[in-house]
Design a protein around this ligand. Structure first.
Ligand code: SF4
Length: 577
């Protein structure tokens, strides 16, 4: 037996306790506390805040020590999920979240929302259009946002709705409409009405269409926010944390301010010599968002735009202000999440996540990437997915995807897919590592199918079955006990299967006597291969059929491509040898 001492174990990553690995090496889950699912702290990391949203109740509210819930002044009508949760009410949206997060009860969802550690972005108007409520928070699974939006250069409303459907197809948990061109109002309206996922926006974009940023005034800001809230937007990025006094910190940066909202508001402040109007109007903005139950996504206008600018004075000063704004929004009963960077060297990610947990008292952290290197344009869905995995493991609750087009152009349909897939991988990898119950079940099922060389099940369990099948069938469109990578004689899985005691093989109905022609290479799968640009359609066809002849078992005879299953007795003999 190995003599190594394992680190302290948290939770079993597979609720069915399959396989041989121990539980997750993350902390044991502390649901109901600031370390619900958390990574062990590296030395020097900030401790979680001792405060929660309970410490920032609106004036006139009291928390009852016995029940743990609050009471509001007479005549008060709750409007937001946070207010209902504080009053001890479980809403239909909380119940739906508990259905979707099998490891949480409706009571746990309510309690996390009441503590401010979880948000349910569900504008009442959008609920009327068919929004399927979901939650963002440390106690729930890590979520992924996909950005889209028409630009002045490219795209239209129809295309954006098509991209929304596409992002939902690739399992984005929320979608942000970041349109800066075309008919913004019609595009937003169409997206909200078609979306079953929450929709986020950055309202300042539409406020400056047809005018210069310098012309923006308080009325335009409040009207613009109210208009979008009325349309059903579920969460809004408001860059209220960029303060006039933070701007000098930006001078020493390599790339200044890279947030669109942050740079626009900086220009406004410099032109007018005044404080950020989003900051000075914060209480009025909170009241608008509260009426519709729009969740804040408090923007990080000073996020770093390159590794060299990460964790600098500008970013950290703004983060402190984001903490203050979180407290004030909670005092208005508004749900809050906080946005984060950006471009961060891998070693600084944990600190950034844990500092936010402290300064913003556990409000869900919604991060963009972060990219862990700057020199791979065209591959930033990969550079950022690496950072995103670390971010989610160390504390982020939602990851904003980055596509291969980042820094280069407007994402098209396939870029949306690549971004979604990269980020679903990042989020899922973190959930497995954190030991979220059940998170690893599908991985384990796929491993079993892989061990059994059960290709149909292997494809079925894949995140992208068409791609997996097409890649397999590019070389072998026959159901063999090996694939084209190693071939029959070198297939370790096939050999393992022969020396295993148990029949890990195909399902019970599997006909061992003949090779099975795969059902693959549908038109869609052919397209997958054609898009790779490696092979012509003719070559694909030729490759996909060639192996039928090679394995060539006549009907009624056992195909040479199949493993010989050993009985228990034979296996013992082989293992003994
Ligand atoms: S041939 Fe190689 S890659 Fe393919 S199933 Fe066997 S071991 Fe895996």
């Amino acid at each position: 037996m190995p003599t190594q001492q394992l680190p302290p174990l948290g939770h079993n990553p597979s609720s069915r306790a399959q396989g041989t690995t121990p539980g997750s090496f993350a902390n044991a889950p502390q649901l109901g506390g600031p370390r619900s699912f958390s990574s062990p702290d590296a030395p020097g990391m900030p401790e979680p805040s001792e405060k929660t949203a309970w410490d920032f109740l609106p004036r006139g509210w009291r928390r009852d020590a016995a029940s743990g819930f609050a009471s509001a002044p007479a005549g008060f009508e709750p409007s937001t999920q946070l207010e209902f949760a504080r009053l001890g009410v479980i809403t239909p949206e909380m119940r739906r979240v508990a259905e979707r997060e099998a490891h949480l009860t409706p009571e746990q969802v309510r309690d996390e929302v009441a503590a401010g550690r979880m948000v349910i972005p569900a504008n009442k108007v959008h609920l009327g259009y068919g929004l399927d409520p979901m939650a963002i928070g440390r106690a729930s699974k890590t979520k992924v946002n996909a950005n889209m939006g028409a630009s002045p250069i490219s795209s239209s409303t129809d295309e954006e709705v098509e991209k929304l459907r596409w992002a939902e197809r690739w399992q984005a948990d929320t979608v942000m409409d970041l349109s800066t061109g075309g008919n913004l109002d019609a595009t937003r309206e169409a997206i909200v009405q078609h979306a079953t996922v929450p929709i986020g926006t950055v309202p300042i974009y539409s406020m400056i269409i047809g005018r210069k940023i310098e012309e923006l005034d308080e009325r335009m800001i409040l009207d613009g926010l109210e208009h979008q809230a009325k349309q059903g937007v579920d969460y809004m990025t408001v860059h209220a944390g960029v303060l006039h006094e933070h701007l000098p910190f930006v001078r020493s940066r390599l790339i200044g301010i890279v947030s669109r909202g942050g740079s626009l508001l900086a220009k406004w402040m410099i032109t007018h010599g005044k404080q950020n109007p989003m900051y000075t109007l914060w209480d009025e903005i909170c009241e608008i968002l509260r009426r519709y139950d729009v969740t804040f996504s408090i923007g990080d206008g000073l996020r770093p735009g390159g590794l060299a600018d990460a964790t600098d004075a500008a970013q950290l000063a703004e983060l402190e202000t984001l903490g203050e704004l979180t407290e004030r929004a909670w005092q208005h009963g508004v749900q809050v999440m906080v946005e984060g960077p950006g471009h961060v060297p891998f070693d600084q990610i944990e600190y950034n996540m844990k500092l936010q947990r402290r300064l913003c008292h556990g409000a869900p952290f919604y991060v963009l990437g972060p990219l862990v290197t700057d020199m791979f344009p065209g591959y930033d869905h990969i550079t950022s997915a690496i950072g995103a995995t670390a971010a989610a493991y160390h504390g982020a609750a939602m990851l904003c995807y980055v596509t291969p087009k980042e820094h280069l152009g407007l994402p098209k349909k396939d870029d949306v897919k690549q971004g979604c897939v990269a980020y679903k991988i990042a989020a899922h990898a973190a959930d497995v590592a954190l030991g979220i119950p059940g998170a690893r079940d599908r991985d384990d099922e796929l491993t079993k199918a892989r061990a059994a060389l059960n290709w149909e099940r292997h494809f079925e369990l894949s995140f992208d079955p068409d791609l997996a099948r097409a890649y397999h069938d590019e070389d072998l469109d026959v159901d063999t006990d090996f694939c084209a990578m190693c071939g029959h004689d070198w297939c370790s899985v096939r050999i393992s299967k022969e020396i295993e005691q148990f029949v890990s093989g195909k399902d019970e109905r599997y006909a061992w006597s003949s090779p099975k022609l795969s059902a693959a290479l549908t038109a869609e799968q052919k397209q997958v291969l054609e898009k790779r640009g490696v092979l012509s359609p003719g070559e694909i066809h030729r490759l996909a059929t060639k192996t039928r002849e090679k394995v060539g078992a006549d009907a009624g005879h056992k195909a040479a491509c199949h493993s010989d299953l050993a009985s228990d007795e034979q296996a013992h003999v082989i293992q003994g040898e």
